[in-house]
Design a protein around this ligand. Structure first.
Ligand SMILES: [Zn+2]
Length: 306
């Protein structure tokens, strides 16, 4: 800075201090609380294409100069455990852990997806039948849980339930979990911004993507696509204005719905069209960077990693 610019700056000082006063009387700018990566529907198999694809996605997520603090996996980690025997399922999880060890250094929080549930008929007597095996491998405290991170409350739901005939699955929050959810929200109060994650969406227009969901001129959206007790959840969230966003996967499609002050985000899929191609319907394979702010706002950036 030379003498002339110093004098120029000095001449501007009264104006600068005047505008500073204006700034301090204006509302404080929002501060980012945390940035994380939503990575979901990875559907890994012990094969080159999915293993390389997942590795590429994790490298991409870790390559940002403004790096995510952790990964939230929205479920369907592996291709499918629903109808496969133990050795087949074990190989899929081994493929996952191989890639995680070699290609990821970020901490991961998991949510259970329908394909992570071991619903194999012949395994009914196995102590790890159903969700137990996935809970063990994901190293999570239970099929649903909550935790706090950087001033936000995170609620991870288990949206996958057996049907009344005992077969898997339908999208639903069971009564026991719903009771827990009500208590958890009550305990959190109405001030802490809260994020809800469920594998199957709570509220999403993605069920409208297919003509197959129209029966005799009427929409027929199955509980396997959007939770069957959504109306109850919408009423519950309405009592808690601090519930700010609800994330999901499952549909492999990308959407955003703002309803009653909650931003519902369905976040595509790393596997795209289950690794058959990189686009499913009109959504490209990808993952999301999610920025949460201290004023309860949320920003999502959906990124292709290929
Ligand atoms: Zn999936």
């Amino acid at each position: 800075m030379n003498r002339r610019t110093i004098l120029k700056s000095a001449a501007l000082l009264p104006f600068v201090s005047g505008s500073n006063e204006l700034i301090t009387s204006a509302p404080m700018a929002r501060q980012r609380s945390v940035r994380f990566a939503y990575i979901g529907d990875t559907h890994i198999l012990p094969e080159a294409k999915p293993m390389e694809g997942v590795a590429k996605c994790f490298h991409h997520a870790q390559s940002h100069s403004d790096k995510p603090a952790f990964v939230l996996h929205g479920g369907d980690v592996i291709m499918d455990a629903l109808a496969k025997d133990r050795s087949d399922v074990q190989k899929q999880w081994d493929a996952w852990h191989t890639v995680m060890k070699a290609d990821n250094s970020l901490p991961i929080e998991y949510c259970i997806g329908n394909h992570d549930v071991w619903g194999f008929e012949g395994a009914k007597a196995d102590p790890q039948y159903g969700k137990k095996w996935a809970v063990d491998l994901m190293k999570i405290s239970g099929r649903y849980r909550s935790f706090d991170r950087n001033g936000w409350h995170f609620i991870i739901l288990d949206s996958v339930q057996p049907r009344p005939d005992g077969k898997w699955y339908t999208g639903h929050i069971d009564p026991e979990q719903l009771d827990w959810l009500k208590q958890d929200l009550a305990k959190t109060g109405t001030k802490t911004p809260t994020l809800v994650l469920s594998h199957i969406p709570i509220f999403s227009p993605t069920g409208f993507f297919s003509e197959q969901n129209v029966k005799d001129g009427n929409w027929s959206i199955s509980g396997g696509l959007v939770l069957s007790n959504t109306p109850e959840l919408l009423k519950l969230f309405y009592q808690y204005p601090n519930v700010k966003t609800a994330l999901s996967g499952h549909m492999h499609l990308l959407d955003r719905v703002d309803y009653n002050g909650v931003t519902y985000l369905c976040n595509g899929a790393v596997s795209g069209n289950w690794w058959k191609s990189d686009t499913y319907q009109q959504t490209k394979a990808g993952y999301a960077l999610i920025d949460l702010y201290d004023d309860g706002t949320v920003e999502r950036t959906y990124l292709q990693y290929t």
